[in-house]
Design a protein around this ligand. Sequence first.
Ligand SMILES: CC(=O)N[C@H]1[C@@H](OP(=O)(O)OP(=O)(O)OC[C@H]2O[C@@H](n3ccc(=O)[nH]c3=O)[C@H](O)[C@@H]2O)O[C@H](CO)[C@@H](O)[C@@H]1O
Ligand SMILES: C=C(OP(=O)(O)O)C(=O)O
Length: 421
Amino acid sequence: MDKLLIKGGVRLSGELRISGAKNAALPIMAATLLADQPVNLGNIPHLHDITTTMELLGRMGVQLMVDEKMNIEIDSRSITNFEAPYELVRTMRASILVLGPLLSRFGEAHVSLPGGCAIGTRPVDIHLDGLAKMGADIKVEAGFIHAKVDRLKGCRLVLEQVTVTGTENLLMAATLAEGTTIIENAAREPEVSDLAHFLNALGARIKGIGTDILEIEGVDRLGKKDLHYTIMPDRIETGTYLIAAAITGGKVKLKSTRTDILDAVLAKLTEAGAEITSGPDWIALDMHGKRPKAVSVRTAPYPAFPTDMQAQFTAMNTIAEGVGIVTETIFENRYMHIQEMQRMGANIKLESNTAICTGVDKLTGAPVMATDLRASAGLVLAALAAEGETLVDRIYHIDRGYDHIEEKLSQLGAIIRRVPS
Ligand SMILES: CC(=O)N[C@H]1[C@@H](OP(=O)(O)OP(=O)(O)OC[C@H]2O[C@@H](n3ccc(=O)[nH]c3=O)[C@H](O)[C@@H]2O)O[C@H](CO)[C@@H](O)[C@@H]1O
Ligand SMILES: C=C(OP(=O)(O)O)C(=O)O
């Protein structure tokens, strides 16, 4: 297993280009299953999860072609089977996103139940309940979801809890259903909106995009000749590099990104003492060499503070001035990074879903273990601020969601290298 070796203490500075959003690219790739014409997708990030999704679609018989700029052409007309096997689903929970499109277009889907994950139990009951309400016959047997239907029927769905992939699965399913579907208490994450815009570009009729009530009038077919769709920028990658600069007292300019999807994160960085400036497609952060001030954050569905930025802000609080209280309300077990940060000298007290972080003057490099994607990012950030060397093990988690992280951090002056296994 590859590791990352980081020598901390360098003040980062420079410019970077932000990649396409993993959490928009994955549902949009799954949504191409709905189209009866090839689709070309641009701004696809270089990530392990993308390779897994390509393999998943490829095993179903879908044809994929990637060019050197990571534009992917996906043609689902050659599909031969409707199965998402365990060995792929277990490495990437987003595989569940093929369920809605397969069922809606082909009337059949067999998707392995996603396995346990380091951040919580993450059930898919809301996905399944919604599809059943739309008329699907769903059985869960031997770890597989088997779903069948002649044609899904539109109906009113009130989601019990805000769920991002749940909203996406039901939204995709509704596009080819008979009649109108209303999804209430829908997730408003920008990636859900990007998916909805993509579906409308294919010919879907979705209203209420960006709100918590989505209205979908089913159509008979989806697909548009020569459709090219560009994936939105990754707001979590953007936030992570802003913190890389903030935690080292440095400055950074991030290009090909957006400010309008990062309000909660930028507000907290400003509170931490960062000077933020921005243009239509760039954001810059300057700490002017200062140590950040500790900030308190509480995770909640968009537009509130994102759970996918919690570990990174926890990392910043470890070396900040003062006490920051971090409350995780989305996932019940998303604090696996804390124990590792404590090994680097962090002063964090964990009480139930609240982490009380008292900033220390310095962290010390240590061997640490990455446990999930954003926990790994938090450890890399802590390592950038620490004195001495940190060896981050199990970085396959990071490769799931960060495009060329060591190259990008090196570009900002970080001393970081991949140690192959
Ligand atoms: C690929 C992708 O986009 N992943 C994101 C997505 O994950 P994901 O879509 O899996 O997360 P959800 O929004 O579904 O989870 C929110 C909460 O709802 C619960 N829940 C969800 C579905 C369900 O059927 N039943 C249920 O109880 C979950 O256990 C969790 O406590 O949103 C999360 C919350 O912003 C992010 O951290 C992930 O990065
Ligand atoms: C939790 C995440 O991803 P996934 O839902 O794919 O596990 C994430 O992107 O932080």
